[in-house]
Design a protein around this ligand. Structure first.
Ligand code: TYD
Length: 202
């Protein structure tokens, strides 16, 4: 399996706190060029995906699977994308990557299509899976004014199960983090692992 050095990913169900953790890390990481990023991206394809997630447009689950993969291809290989950033010596941390497609689109379309679309993408050096009971995650979202297509309990239960089962067979390194704790406790768990990685020890 092809692995991109100095590329890390946060994965988890909705409401697991991936975005919060990356912004906390941004404050902690010093003396290293840090490039936080996310999927779906804010590029043209990512914007179509977000419209679908917000229910502004209706598209087939298979089309969405194709769009996520297209967005990822640009995110990875496009100008100023993930590979360009690591080549410049940056530490790149992405809020979601291919595992999200294997999980979410796997639930929606079956494993074959997302498997096919994502099998060629190189893996991150390390993935943090923020593990949380779906009930707790959903209760964290209760103040949001509107919910996206995947943000309901039954789907999030399947999401957690699928992450846990895929992680068992995943060939690249994944650390499971207890994300039911406070944001700063989760940050400490993440940091204790991250700071041991080669980029912090040169
Ligand atoms: P999320 O990280 O929750 O973004 P935001 O916090 O801005 O809402 O991601 C949006 C949703 O997209 C989330 O429900 C997971 C889903 N998703 C997929 O279904 N497949 C993918 O490949 C990716 C990257 C995300």
């Amino acid at each position: 399996m092809n692995i991109i050095k100095n590329f890390y990913v946060f994965e988890g169900g909705d409401g697991s706190g991936t975005t919060t953790q990356i912004s906390l890390l941004a404050k902690r990481i010093k003396n290293i060029d840090f490039y936080p990023t996310f999927e779906p991206t804010d590029g043209q394809i990512g914007r179509i995906i977000r419209s679908a997630l917000k229910k502004e447009i209706v598209i087939k689950p298979q089309t969405l699977a194709l769009l996520f993969a297209a967005d990822r291809n640009e995110h990875l290989y496009g100008a100023d994308g993930i590979l360009a950033q690591v080549d410049k010596g940056c530490l790149v941390i992405s809020d979601r990557y291919a595992l999200s497609s294997l999980v979410y689109q796997g639930i929606e379309c079956g494993d074959e299509l997302p498997g096919l679309l994502n099998s060629g993408f190189p893996a991150p050096e390390l993935t943090f899976f923020l593990d949380i009971e779906p009930e707790t995650a959903i209760s964290r979202m209760k103040d949001r004014s509107s919910l996206e297509i995947y943000e309901y309990l039954d789907f999030q239960k399947k999401v957690r199960e699928k992450y846990l089962s895929l992680i068992k067979g995943y060939k690249a390194r994944v650390e499971i983090i207890d994300a039911s704790k406070s944001a700063s406790e989760v940050e400490d768990q993440v940091w204790n692992i991250l700071r041991q990685m080669p980029i912090f020890n040169i």
